[in-house]
Design a protein around this ligand. Structure first.
Ligand code: FEO
Ligand code: CA
Ligand code: CA
Ligand code: CA
Length: 690
């Protein structure tokens, strides 16, 4: 496994592993601009189970392992391997946790998915593969919007598997397509002058795919299915909750403020216990722009645009030149119709998906459901921006059991009535012990307590009450960041995916990085975000009174080079862990281990998927299960008893490469173009990690 020159992994700011091109297309170049949270709310460095998701059902029942498929055996070291390659952890002294008994994959820069010895892998579906009947074969030289509307979209992020009742080996695979990177999609692409066809291909390559899949000896294979569906940038949605019908979301094309067209930048998501899928609209600001010096037709609230990172300048993709809805100087409210959690009923391809505004509008990363003993539904969601916040929604209604149409109709309104909260963290650790270096305080752990501050109480029929003085309920729903600023929420290091441990009820949050923490004029370190220039991120563990307002917290991992003084692996021996950096998406296995995918590894090597032990003497043990190809990010982990799925996003994406000069040829090899794709990993002789 030869390592390619490490300057491949030096980013445009020299601080994290992400390439400039990824920032420009994925998040509207957010990290090249000042963080948009300029609120003066204090940061606390200055002051002192029952989860019944379908995924849990799947984990409980397991997926039958049938046989063997082709796969890489580019593995690293065994737990007892004394000849481990450089960078791989030696065997741990403790007994392996159930679910984590596999050979850790060593850091590498392969153009391949690398899995542990004895494991198999196969692509499930990738960009351009057919989803709908009659979809033409993928031809990158002759791609059309008509074809793309029927094919699997670009840059898969979230993945969820829903079992199909009565068909033991069949599932619905729900996948989001976060963003497009046009110069890696279109031959001869001119970013200064995209064509209308390229614009329409871009619209069609966003959104989500629903694909029926079957477990076979070769992994998980798409089959023609009656549920198959593409949702794109043109699909009709219904906006529901307190924002619906408000002046802030009315447009020329939709004077009702309820009928929204399309969805963009669908990052992570979640499955609901009632069998639907949630998807998070994240960096929606990057799709909106205007000509230099354009005069607005009606007054524009510049502060509102700025708080969400919107710039009145030509956008990266120039979509505003094809459709005025992407130009805030022409349609000032169109942008207020994005940035929500959406819900789709994948069991009815003709259904109109909804956007739930009671969960607020921000750069949502995922929405993860936890159900309390009395059937109250709690949805956790992070706002992925430097110095932005962590939120939760607590329902008023209780979940109704069953999957009959009446139960489904009831349950699909649960996220419309309840209370939206934002988190404020505190700590008793003396400020002098939080010096920005990441050095552990004298207590031995970064820990504290916190409060969920209520922002908005939503009732039936879109009624709502603002719980923040001076801001209306409609404004809280549409301009949620302002309400959270006023409430004094804690500025975090880019909150990404939340996940609740199905065994303990503890809640975990990935904080991916924040290279502005501690810069001049920016918030300094605090006990939950303890490092300045935080390149590697951390994972927060909450013991939350789910439906209540109090919690305690502790940092499980302070990620980074295990040999460095500023990293912390839950107290586990750092000489025996896999190095992890930039945690992003989270999942649980049935054994209660946390699985973490990474985005922008700031250490040497590709991104990957890791299992982390949480309980007992193994707490903090971290083992790398796989790595993704060069230039890619690891997304959408699904971990069942005997199958792991990951979404390989943006393989080969690099500032120095393009479609004509590719860095990656994954997954098809030879001289083929790189394609984002979903990969299944399994063993032929037993369950995962046991
Ligand atoms: Fe799309 Fe926050 O990662
Ligand atoms: Ca991600
Ligand atoms: Ca990310
Ligand atoms: Ca997750």
């Amino acid at each position: 496994m030869a390592l390619v020159p490490l300057n491949l992994f030096v980013n445009h700011r020299g601080k994290s592993g992400r390439q400039r091109v990824t920032c420009r297309y994925k998040c509207g170049d957010a990290c090249a601009h000042p963080a948009p949270n300029t609120s003066a709310n204090e940061y606390f460095g200055d002051i002192v189970r029952q989860s019944v998701s379908r995924r849990a059902m799947l984990q409980a029942t397991g997926v039958t392992v049938l046989a063997v498929g082709a796969g890489s055996t580019l593995a690293a070291c065994g737990r007892a391997d004394d000849t481990a390659p450089a960078g791989a952890p030696p065997a741990a002294d403790t007994e392996p946790r159930p679910g984590m008994n596999f050979t850790a994959v060593a850091p590498n820069s392969e153009d391949a998915v690398v899995v542990p010895a004895g494991y198999r892998q196969a692509v499930v579906i990738g960009w351009g593969d057919p989803v709908l009947p009659g979809a033409p074969p993928f031809d990158v030289e002759a791609q059309t919007a008509a074809a793309q509307r029927q094919q699997f979209g670009f840059n898969n992020d979230f993945a969820g598997l829903l079992p199909i009742d009565g068909a033991p080996d069949r599932y619905l695979l729900v996948v989001s397509h976060e963003y497009t990177t046009e110069q890696f999609m279109h031959p001869g692409y001119d970013p200064e002058a995209p064509t209308r066809e390229q614009f329409e291909i871009g619209l069609a390559a966003h959104g989500l795919s629903v694909v029926e899949v079957q477990r076979t000896p070769d992994g998980l294979k798409p089959v023609p299915g009656r549920y198959n569906r593409r949702i794109t940038g043109d699909t009709p949605f219904t906006l529901v909750g307190p924002a619906a019908g408000s002046d802030h979301v009315k447009t020329t094309a939709d004077p009702t403020g309820r009928n929204v067209v399309g969805t963009f930048n669908n990052c992570a998501g979640g499955l609901t216990p009632w069998g639907t899928a949630l998807s998070a609209e994240e960096n929606f600001h990057g799709y909106f722009g205007s000509a230099e010096g354009a005069e607005a037709a009606t007054p524009i609230d510049a502060d509102r645009l700025a708080r969400y990172g919107v710039k009145l300048e030509p956008s990266e993709r120039r979509w505003e030149t094809f459709d005025p809805r992407f130009d805030p100087t022409k349609e000032p409210h169109e942008i207020n119709r994005y940035g929500y959690i959406l819900e789709i009923n994948p069991w009815d391809p003709a259904s109109t998906p909804v956007k739930h505004s009671a969960l607020g509008r921000f750069k949502h990363e995922a929405a993860t459901i936890h159900v309390t003993e009395d059937g109250t539904v709690v949805a956790y969601s992070g706002d992925d921006e430097r110095f932005d916040y962590m939120y939760k929604f607590v329902s008023t209604k209780k979940i109704r059991p069953g999957t009959d149409p009446a139960a489904l109709a009831h349950n699909m309104t649960i996220l419309d009535e309840g209370t939206l909260y934002v988190a404020k963290l505190t700590s008793e650790i003396p400020a002098a012990e939080i010096d920005g270096s990441g050095a552990l305080p004298s207590t031995g752990a970064f820990a504290g307590s916190g409060t969920w501050i209520p922002l908005l109480r939503a009732g039936a029929g879109g009624t709502a009450e603002s719980l923040v003085p001076g801001i209306t309920a409609e404004e809280v729903a549409v301009f949620t960041r302002f309400a959270a600023d006023k409430a004094g929420a804690t500025k975090m290091d880019r909150p990404e995916d939340f996940e609740t441990n199905p065994l303990t009820g503890k809640v975990y949050l990935a904080l991916t990085n924040n290279d502005e923490r501690g810069l001049d004029g920016e918030p300094g370190p605090d006990a939950a975000n303890p490092r300045v220039d935080n390149k590697n991120g951390q994972i927060l563990e909450l013991t939350d009174d789910h439906a209540g307002t109090a919690f305690t917290w502790e940092l499980l991992l302070v990620c980074g080079d295990p040999a460095a003084a500023d990293s912390y692996y839950g107290g586990f021996d750092k000489s025996q862990v896999s190095p992890i950096s930039c945690p992003d998406n989270l999942a649980f296995d049935g054994h209660g281990n946390l699985w973490v995918s990474t985005d922008g590894n700031a250490l040497d090597g590709n991104d990957g998927l890791f299992a982390v032990a949480l309980e007992g003497p193994s707490r903090g043990e971290t083992r790398q299960f796989l790595t993704v190809p060069v230039g890619a990010e690891t997304c959408g982990p699904v971990v069942t008893d005997d199958l792991v799925l990951v979404c390989v996003q943006h393989p080969g994406e690099s500032d120095d490469h393009s479609l004509a000069n590719p860095l990656s040829h994954w997954p098809d090899g030879g001289d083929r173009v790189a394609r984002p794709a979903v990969v299944a990993v399994w063993r032929d002789d037993g369950p995962i990690g046991v």
